[in-house]
Design a protein around this ligand. Structure first.
Ligand code: 4AD
Ligand code: MG
Length: 461
């Protein structure tokens, strides 16, 4: 079987020759003694038209094919200069691998994304989701390529862990204890000696702490894996299970971190524009009209930079526009992030130096004693896509912060060791992979860029 992508890419080689393709019926029209089938095999965004006639041995069966059926077609590939598509196949043989039932939900009409979410096992067979998931795949590859070309080592950090990297307490517990009959100590607390790991454990919210240990061995590393957050946020940009890319660079500060983040995002944008032009044009036409202009503009400009304190000054002047009013010390909500990037900067922007109280324990304290060397990258349409920081590399300051926040010092022994044995400036960030795919495709809901999304109250399939 030849892929439809291959037919498009190397047309000259196949025109006027007999080819065999396998795919699924997208639509079928039949007349008395001939008909047309549009087939998609998932390898290329443009479907392929098959013409068949009553010369076919199984003409009667072919005529009765339903949308969704799987077929293998052999025939001559002929040029169709007058048509929208460059060529079609004149079928000599149509083998029916699997007929489709007439109740196949994806008939040729527009379905809402909401409805398609209820059939996530079938939605990848629609144009939109075919495009989304191919771009998702290419994006993952582009990210690996970016880091590998720069000699970063890919580190697999554990998914089950005893620590809470972000300190937000939004973790899914991992246990083998019988929840209906939890063993307890005399004081009523859970007896974790009866649990699998002999201690409380959870799914990781971030691979960063483990990643840092490898940065202190390899200088530059990145992680790329699933992370889990039991955030009770039912929004279009929060998922309970999402993928994160976390580079960590040694002998580097916050500026180096932002340069890395900006070059990575630009690299990925360039890569998908170049390698998925059909899909990107489709998004631009049917999902988000300004998409290509916006992405091209990003490639041709520098990201904005603003400190948290300056950002608050800008936002405070516009407090009448916000549901949540801002003041120094508060965390930025999506509406504020979007205002900054969409109305003020009109391009991606780094917000830096947040108050230490609203950021994680590991961030480097600035000289003012109030803010930390943090950066969030905000993009139009979404808000925060990246969160990063320079890490506290001073043993005493880090220990003091761990104690101040009431964290269990023992849990962070390995992390403190890094500040004991050859500590150096280092920084890193986390890119939310799904948010990145949303940004690249213009898709507005995180549920529509994950094959099988897990969100509050939803763990189907
Ligand atoms: O800002 P966050 O919480 O940063 C960290 O986890 C750091 N440990 C990263 C680092 O410095 N190595 O998360 C990073 C990014 C966010 O900017 C966002 O894009 C994404 O992860 N993210 C989510 N994406 C989808 N659903 C959620 N619930 C998300 N929470 C965070
Ligand atoms: Mg963040």
């Amino acid at each position: 079987l030849v892929n439809i992508r291959e037919l498009y890419r190397n047309q000259e080689e196949y025109l006027d020759k007999t080819v065999t393709i396998g795919g699924w019926v997208r639509s079928i029209r039949s007349s008395k003694n001939f008909g047309f089938i549009v087939v998609n095999d998932g390898t290329f965004f443009e479907p392929l038209q098959i013409v068949y006639a009553d010369g076919l041995e199984n003409f009667a069966e072919v005529e009765k094919l339903n949308v969704g059926a799987a077929i293998i077609v052999t025939g001559k590939l002929v040029a169709t200069p007058q048509a929208k598509q460059p060529f079609e196949i004149q079928a000599e043989e149509v083998a029916i691998e699997g007929q489709s039932s007439p109740d196949y939900p994806l008939q040729k009409k527009r379905h809402s994304f909401e409805y398609l979410r209820t059939i996530s096992h079938l939605r990848a067979r629609t144009n939109t989701f075919e495009a989304v998931f191919r771009v998702r795949s290419l994006t993952a590859y582009a990210i690996h390529k970016f880091f590998q070309e720069r000699d970063f080592v890919y580190v697999h950090t554990p998914l089950i862990t005893g620590s809470d990297c972000e300190g937000a307490g939004e973790m899914f517990k991992v246990t083998t204890l019988d929840l209906d009959n939890v063993p307890t100590n005399e004081d009523g607390t859970v007896d974790y000696t009866k649990d699998f790991f002999n201690k409380p454990t959870n799914l990781t919210v971030s691979g960063q702490l483990n990643g840092e240990t490898y940065a202190m061995a390899f200088k530059n590393i990145y992680t790329f894996g699933p992370t889990f957050r039991a955030e009770n946020s039912n929004t279009t940009r929060h998922a309970a299970e999402f993928w994160m890319i976390e580079p960590e660079i040694a002998f580097a500060d916050l500026k180096d971190d932002m340069i890395l983040a900006e070059s990575m995002l630009k690299y990925v944008i360039r890569y998908v524009l170049e390698h998925a032009p059909e899909e990107m044009n489709f998004f631009n036409s049917f999902v988000d009209k300004g998409l290509l202009d916006r992405l091209n503009h990003v490639l041709n400009s520098d990201f904005g930079h603003v400190t948290y304190t300056e950002a608050i000054e800008i936002l405070e002047k516009n407090n009448d526009k916000f549901e949540y009013k801002v003041s120094w010390g508060c965390d930025l909500q999506t509406e504020h992030e979007r205002y900054l990037t969409e109305e003020v900067f009109k391009r991606p922007v780094f917000v830096t130096d947040y108050p230490k109280e609203i950021k994680a324990f590991y961030m480097k304290l600035n000289e003012d004693g109030k803010t930390v060397a943090a950066m969030d990258c905000l993009v139009p349409g979404i808000g925060e896509i990246i969160g990063g920081s320079q890490r506290e590399d001073d043993y005493d300051k880090l220990l003091a912060r761990i104690k101040e926040l009431g964290l269990n010092e023992e849990d962070y022994g390995f992390y403190l060791d890094l500040r004991k044995y050859g500590s150096t400036r280092h920084a890193g960030f986390g890119l939310g992979f799904e948010r990145c795919v949303m940004y690249l495709t213009g898709m507005g809901n995180i549920r529509d860029v994950i094959p099988f999304p897990r969100t509050v109250n939803n763990c189907e399939l």
